[in-house]
Design a protein around this ligand. Sequence first.
Ligand code: SAM
Ligand code: SF4
Ligand code: SF4
Length: 355
Amino acid sequence: MVAPSGEARLLVDRFSRALRNLRLSVTDRCNLRCAYCMPEQEYVWLPREQFLRFEELSVLVDAFIGLGVERLRLTGGEPLLRRGLPQLVALLAAKPGLRELALTTNGVLLEEFAEPLFAAGLDRVSVSLDTLTRERFAALTRRDDLDRVRAGIAAAQRAGEAHGRGPLKLDSVIIRGTNDDEIDALLEYAREVGGEVRFIEYMDVGGATRWSMERVVPRREILDRLEARYGRIEALPERSSAPAERFALRDGTIFGIIASTTAPFCSTCDRSRLTADGIWYRCLYARSGTDLRGPLRQGATAEGLSALIADAWRSRADRGAEERLHLAATERARRLVAPIELRGDPHLEMHTRGG
Ligand code: SAM
Ligand code: SF4
Ligand code: SF4
């Protein structure tokens, strides 16, 4: 049952943050091994029989929409590895009350899936791409797939336009000594393909076992480098609670920066994440989440699920990235989660939780 919209507006957490954005991680599997996300040789995977079926996801999404969620993003792992994804998109796109249904993908399989996904009702796609050099891509992701990603981006641009959907976003994690000499090239590539790039600061999330503060390229430095090359940069007024701050070059080219590490946006964070096996996390850094699969499979009513979600959101006091920022440098240098702990609970991994 969907709660009346008046009630939905009242659901806020302990810092008055509403519940508006939900990321659905539809699989923890991935066909790349990005050094900042999945650097290890071996991983412990979620058991497939625990993955929520599409009908189960639909029931949970109804409960979330009833409590105020209006934007959904499909992510992973690599969401295009989940069999039948266009069917899930069609199921979710038909839900009244949803303002946006988006997808974050590494793009490897996008050439095949862009058209069926937009045809099924997807609103927009963000493709993660950190380098335009074939050798570097292969070294960074451990797969030689740059050409497939580029073909996927072209297909998404064509299909998005054909269906009149939102502009393509490119997400690039900038890492010192890895791809920080490609900031301008990525910006120009995004412009060429009719998309908008967002530069993301390297985060010390679970799974990022190679992270160090020295490798983070802060927002200020990204802006300085672009300013040195293109001249004055104008900050654009904020349009939403989206984490990206947007900027314009003098020629009108727009780009974004997500300064999750040096200027976290916890105070306005309205997002949460559901793993493929139905554990709901209210912060990227939270050590534990709420099991929604168990109650769902044991026959909880829609009202029961709604109450469980609402109670958990009301008690939310997470501000993980801000807390990390205020740690002393020595403490911060220590890994957020040790590899041995990650093997003990794969839910602590970014690729399980959904970035
Ligand atoms: N596989 C898909 C992809 O790469 O787009 C979706 C899942 S991935 C976990 C979602 C996003 O998280 C990607 O844009 C990725 O670059 C970002 N990400 C992963 N690890 C990160 C880290 N340590 N710091 C910053 N962003 C990270
Ligand atoms: Fe890379 Fe995304 Fe896969 Fe992580 S989940 S390894 S960011 S493609
Ligand atoms: Fe939101 Fe947690 Fe990220 Fe802060 S660290 S922005 S509270 S998900």
